[in-house]
Design a protein around this ligand. Structure first.
Ligand code: GTP
Ligand code: MG
Length: 417
């Protein structure tokens, strides 16, 4: 049920009119963090554009060209303007698009963006670590090659993937290489191609009164056609950042020559806060949600902050332990059943062997008895034979008779054996 909000008059001074002042003082003291990623092929003018955009010389180390894999080069700077400091983290691709397999370039970039989100996510999980370091990329400048035709397939694929992860601002690099007419056509083609592929690039908000008109104008310049230079030329007695050609001078800060001043206005003067907020509330939120889902959690699990998250992780841990205990007892039960089965089998085998042994023993005894009986019978016959021989000797019977009867007796013994 919704509570009715009552509007009250104050009877005296309370002091919350100083809140905006406090907010500004705090913001001044803390400064801002801006993380920029520049994606574009080698030599397209990333470094020169950053120098021109921030009106300084951003020192960098030597680039690595020996590998043909997309890598990233990061440099951190602190720049100050009238007591307001910005921690600027600039990161640019090296060897982008040089991979044998173009998909490797894309994967390297998504992994890089996700790694930055992950660092922030890990800080959120770690209750003791405060305040947070923000490594998340607030804006990505995608450098489009000034072909004058349209986007290349790699540009479309990469921008499509990036647009879902961060604030994507495409820029037409080295715009001085195209005539005004070519540039207008090229911008049109790029926007059509982006629309056809459903790539949502960053536009300044049109629903915030102080900046809506400004943004309407700035947004109409997209994609920004930029020119960068590290050289300075004297024009009307004034030193200006420019590119000098035999036929004339292109001034980086001249809005009639290129969109660089408008790009700076859009990114820093008008929409810096919006870029940071969108990074946090839209892009990081998306990453966080997916990440939590991968951990088996939902957003409502963590809605009450870290304590709730820890409590819920603890619950999950307890549930997991209980589940493991059930699984363990099931394994023990199965193993015991298997042991019982094996013991039963062994028991049966032992009984079978005993029966077999008993049978063999009986066989043996029977044979032994049969041999004994045969031996007894033989002994009786020998005794009978001797008795007969003795009787014959006494009766003086003939030698032939004796020899034939003894032959018969010996024959019958031999047969029995
Ligand atoms: P890698 O360091 O190789 O990735 O290149 P990069 O993209 O950082 O380009 P870099 O700024 O080093 O510029 C490469 C060359 O392009 C230099 O000779 C610059 O002077 C030139 N260049 C940069 N910006 C522009 C531009 O707007 N127009 C023209 N015509 N040349 C430019
Ligand atoms: Mg360079």
């Amino acid at each position: 049920m919704e509570t009715e909000i009552r509007h009250l008059e104050l009877n005296g001074y309370v002091g919350f009119d100083s809140l905006p002042y406090n907010y500004v003082t705090r913001a001044k003291r803390k400064g801002f963090v801006l993380n920029v990623l520049c994606v574009g092929e080698s030599g397209i003018g990333k470094k020169t554009l950053m120098d021109s955009l921030f009106k300084t010389t951003l020192e960098t180390d030597e680039d690595v060209y020996y590998s043909n894999h997309t890598v990233f080069k990061s440099n951190a700077y602190v720049i100050k303007e009238q007591n307001i400091s910005i921690s600027l983290n600039l990161c640019r691709t090296v060897n982008y698009g040089d991979d044998m397999n173009r998909k490797d370039s894309l994967k390297a970039i998504t992994d890089h963006v996700d790694r930055k989100f992950e660092l922030y996510f890990q800080q959120e999980l770690n209750i003791r670590q405060k305040p947070f370091d923000d490594f998340r990329i607030h804006v990505c400048l995608y450098f489009v090659c000034p072909t004058g035709v349209s986007l290349k397939p790699l540009d479309v694929m990469c921008m499509k993937m990036l647009a879902g992860k961060l604030n994507l601002v495409p820029v037409i690099a080295k715009a001085d290489t195209m005539s005004m007419h070519e540039l207008g056509k090229f911008k049109e083609n790029i926007l059509k191609e982006l629309k056809r592929n459903n790539v949502q690039i960053y536009y300044g908000p049109l629903d915030e009164p102080p900046v809506e008109k400004l943004n309407a104008e700035l947004n109409s310049r997209a994609p920004f056609a930029v020119v960068g230079s590290t050289d300075f030329v004297i024009v009307d007695g004034e030193q200006r950042r420019a590119r000098k050609y035999p036929w004339g001078i292109i001034e980086v800060e001249n809005e009639e020559h290129c969109d660089l001043p408008k790009l700076r206005e859009m990114l820093i003067q008008v929409n810096l806060e919006d870029l940071i907020e969108k990074t946090h509330h839209v892009h990081y939120e998306m990453y966080r949600k997916t990440r939590l889902e991968r951990m088996g959690l939902t957003d409502s699990d963590v809605s009450d902050g870290l304590i709730a998250l820890y409590k819920m992780l603890n619950d999950k841990c307890n549930k997991q332990t209980a589940k493991l205990a059930v699984e363990e007892s099931e394994i023990v039960r199965k193993m015991e059943a298997r042991m019982r089965f094996i013991l039963k089998e062994l028991d049966k085998e032992e009984r079978d062997m005993r029966d077999k042994f008993r049978e063999m023993e009986e066989d043996y005894l029977q044979q032994k008895r049969a041999i004994k009986e045969a031996e007894d019978r033989l002994n009786e016959e020998i005794v009978e034979f001797r008795r007969m021989v003795g009787g014959m000797k006494k009766a003086g019977s003939s030698h032939n008779l004796l020899s034939s009867s003894s032959h018969n007796l010996l024959f019958s013994i031999g047969k029995r054996k």
